[in-house]
Design a binder for this molecule. Sequence first.
Ligand SMILES: NC(=O)c1ccc[n+]([C@@H]2O[C@H](COP(=O)([O-])OP(=O)(O)OC[C@H]3O[C@@H](n4cnc5c(N)ncnc54)[C@H](OP(=O)(O)O)[C@@H]3O)[C@@H](O)[C@H]2O)c1
Length: 166
Amino acid sequence: MIISAIAAVAENGVIGKDGQLPWSLPDDMKFFQRTTLNHHVISGRKNYEGIPDRFRPLRDRVNLVVTRDQDYKAPGATVCHSLDAALEVARNAQVKEVFIIGGGQLYKEAIDRNLINRLYLTTVHGKPAGDVFFPEIGKGWKEVWSEKHKADERHKYAFTFAVLQK
Ligand SMILES: NC(=O)c1ccc[n+]([C@@H]2O[C@H](COP(=O)([O-])OP(=O)(O)OC[C@H]3O[C@@H](n4cnc5c(N)ncnc54)[C@H](OP(=O)(O)O)[C@@H]3O)[C@@H](O)[C@H]2O)c1
């Protein structure tokens, strides 16, 4: 099984602010939708709660929410009590690829434990203020695809999509 992470990261490493994304980048959201549709997605509890109610659970995906709270309920999603337990759910479903969709704590555990084979990384060309950061990804990644997107009236920042593989 390919274990992927998908994230949008500013040039200063910021990925989140006050439980939300620090920006509105509709075409990056579309990329996220397109890439993760019909897949299993694994989210930390805080990221999951930051998704607006009307978009939760993320439609046409199997939503796995990771929390240490044994009583946690997330209607329409599957609650898991560790990252490994969530990966096991995907493995048991015999999926080819599973997506870790954040936030900071989940990305850090997955990267630090060297679990990620593929990274869908949107670099946001700006340095917004924030309180959650993407971890250092280390060496050994090869960029296999990239595409630039200019800033415009709907996108305050320019950004670059890339797919990196181990
Ligand atoms: N830019 C992007 O691409 C992107 C993507 C996703 C999220 N974000 C942003 O990131 C921020 C949220 O990130 P965050 O780091 O604060 O939180 P998070 O990683 O979304 O969630 C953390 C929570 O997940 C649970 N958890 C984490 N590791 C666990 C483990 N090994 N076992 C069991 N439970 C575990 C715990 O839940 P309990 O406390 O319930 O036990 C923990 O408090 C938000 O601002 C969000 O908008 C940005």
